[in-house]
Write a protein that binds this ligand. Structure first.
Ligand SMILES: NC(=O)c1ccc[n+]([C@@H]2O[C@H](COP(=O)([O-])OP(=O)(O)OC[C@H]3O[C@@H](n4cnc5c(N)ncnc54)[C@H](OP(=O)(O)O)[C@@H]3O)[C@@H](O)[C@H]2O)c1
Length: 301
């Protein structure tokens, strides 16, 4: 980032900040002078260490960075967190729906309960957080909802169907929020990221039904090893996870009303392919809406 003038200071809530994009994002935002609430679930247990590290960083560097407990699958936890942000800072400019997880395996090997969990975190998690935040943003007359999406929402590969579906649904929600909230001065945008090395891969929830997994055995093994080999070969082209947090920081600092609805963060070939697809999808949506007689209800930007 090469800006010479200081960006306007924003109050930002980010979910899922123990590791990966979320962690990089809160550290980068706080170091740039923003007031940051770093959402972590289970502060007393699994995220005790992450919480202590973030708090120590804030103290050491004098940052306006606070840890806040938030489990996106629990509406009461989400409501408490958003209320606490408002009571502490009397404003909330940007919400970053980053918390997510990955169910990696053939669809057949998952139960409906497992599938529900994938959507509960990745899709309904953002719905809960935004539902809690929107009344405050509406009252303020401004605010931005940033969702962390995925390229796999556009191009579903095998063996990751639940994850892709959860992110495709998140993309649809982002579009609907955009159209429904633009007149209230609230922006809804998405950052669609390619595959970057974070904990989401190693922490993936694998199917528990071994019998149903068995028929995919050899193909699935080859699929995984091809994926790993190509990402190792292309590591330099792919770059680091901070490309995603840089994109989020840039969106946070973009003046209100000017944020692009979609930001792609991907290696060049993937970027170009998905950008072309996204543009066509946008054009198609307008044509269909006009033909249905509802074009006037689509937000113009
Ligand atoms: N890395 C990629 O290739 C990639 C690509 C496209 C999109 N994304 C998306 O980017 C986002 C961040 O993922 P990442 O790659 O940075 O992975 P990550 O390092 O595994 O981070 C995921 C974060 O989400 C949190 N989380 C999970 N369930 C939660 C819940 N119920 N409530 C609150 N927080 C919860 C995790 O907390 P715990 O530590 O407590 O589990 C962790 O902080 C996700 O939405 C992911 O789908 C990732």
């Amino acid at each position: 980032m090469t800006e010479t003038t200081a960006p306007e200071r924003r109050t930002v809530l980010v979910t899922g900040t123990s590791t990966g994009f979320g962690r990089l994002t809160v550290e980068a935002l706080a170091r740039r002078g923003h007031q940051v609430f770093a959402g972590l679930r289970d502060l007393a247990g699994r995220n005790q260490k992450a919480s202590a590290e973030l708090t120590a960083l804030a103290e050491k560097e004098g940052l306006a960075l606070r840890v806040i407990e938030i489990d996106v699958t629990d509406q009461a936890s989400v409501d408490r967190a958003v209320r606490s942000v408002i009571e502490t800072s009397w404003r909330l400019d940007v919400v970053v729906n980053n918390a997510g997880m990955n169910f990696a395996g053939p669809l057949e090997a998952y139960t409906a309960e497992e599938a529900h969990r994938q959507f509960d975190v990745n899709t309904l998690g953002a719905l809960r957080v935004n539902n809690a935040a929107i009344p405050y943003l509406r009252e303020q007359g401004h605010g931005a909802l940033i969702q962390i999406g995925s390229l796999s929402a556009w191009l579903t590969p095998p063996f990751n169907g639940l994850y892709a579906a959860s992110k495709a649904a998140l993309r649809s929600l982002t579009e609907a929020w955009h159209h429904e909230l633009a007149s209230a001065g609230i922006e809804s945008v998405i950052v669609d990221a390619a595959a970057y090395p974070t904990n989401i891969g190693p922490n993936a929830a694998l199917p528990s039904d071994q019998a149903r997994l068995a028929p995919y055995g050899e193909t699935l093994n080859r699929f995984v090893s091809d994926l790993v080999q190509r990402s190792t070969e292309n590591a330099e082209i792919i770059g680091s996870a901070s490309q995603v947090s840089d994109a989020v920081v840039a969106l946070v600092e973009t003046p209100d009303g000017k944020r692009p609805r979609q930001t792609l963060v991907a290696p060049p070939l993937q970027y170009a392919a998905v950008q072309a697809l996204a543009q066509k999808a946008d054009e198609a949506a307008r044509i269909v809406a006009d033909d249905m007689g509802i074009g006037a209800y689509l937000a113009t930007r």
